[in-house]
Design a protein around this ligand. Sequence first.
Ligand SMILES: NC(=O)c1ccc[n+]([C@@H]2O[C@H](COP(=O)([O-])OP(=O)(O)OC[C@H]3O[C@@H](n4cnc5c(N)ncnc54)[C@H](OP(=O)(O)O)[C@@H]3O)[C@@H](O)[C@H]2O)c1
Length: 241
Amino acid sequence: MKTILVTGATRGIGLATTKRLLARGCRVLALGRDFSRFDREVVAEPGRFERIAFDLRCVGAIEALVRDWPALDGLVNNAAMLTAQPFETYSVADRRDLIGVNLEAPAELVRVLLPQMIERAPDADGVRGRIVNVASVAAFGGHPDVWYGASKGALVNLTKSLATRYSPEGVLLNAVAPGPTKTDMFDRLPSSRIEAFERAVLARRFAEPDEVARVIEWLVLDAPAYVNGATIDANSGAYLR
Ligand SMILES: NC(=O)c1ccc[n+]([C@@H]2O[C@H](COP(=O)([O-])OP(=O)(O)OC[C@H]3O[C@@H](n4cnc5c(N)ncnc54)[C@H](OP(=O)(O)O)[C@@H]3O)[C@@H](O)[C@H]2O)c1
């Protein structure tokens, strides 16, 4: 049974990903802070998942958190925050929290989980572990929450750097770039951005969380080893590049 850590598993895309991974027979370490929706919606036999109540703003405590964990097969860095404040008056505390949750925490989880991951025997494809970073179309086109957009651009860059660093050890590191997806985060987007995307997306509708989760599922379980260092667009042509 594969063991996969999903951050931000309590809602939205992370919750949809967790359900998919459980349906595929994985054991999921589900990280988040508020498990009320998770507990209502996740039905799986005991032992198949574990709730990890942890605030990713505490980046310095991540190493201690994972100290006694078994080696993982996969990591989905999905948790993120968005505050939609104007650049000119952005709170310094919120900026620090956002960079911590959206960028530093994913990097720190890679740093502390990789040593055990790469000690394991490779699978038939020569792969020892798979990491998926959930970025955003904002990585390419910017965002009204400029620190959110900047964090996602940096996450795509981090994916490339760490894929290059860890490819010799048999680890695949890829990213997904969703467009607006119907979650709580979507509800915090400025209406100007929603209207702009309404005009841009080829599908003429916004994504369901499960549509993004299917891409994450593919990357963390099924993608061929030749897909590495990539960012897969899941935004229905909202940013054609
Ligand atoms: N929805 C969109 O339109 C959209 C578009 C592009 C990219 N994305 C990306 O997709 C990913 C998932 O977004 P979503 O739309 O599913 O967001 P969401 O519904 O707002 O869920 C965010 C998740 O992140 C967790 N989280 C936030 N801050 C945290 C913290 N300090 N510590 C621990 N967990 C924390 C939340 O857990 P708790 O509430 O339990 O703390 C929640 O599970 C994010 O990386 C986001 O940037 C979303």
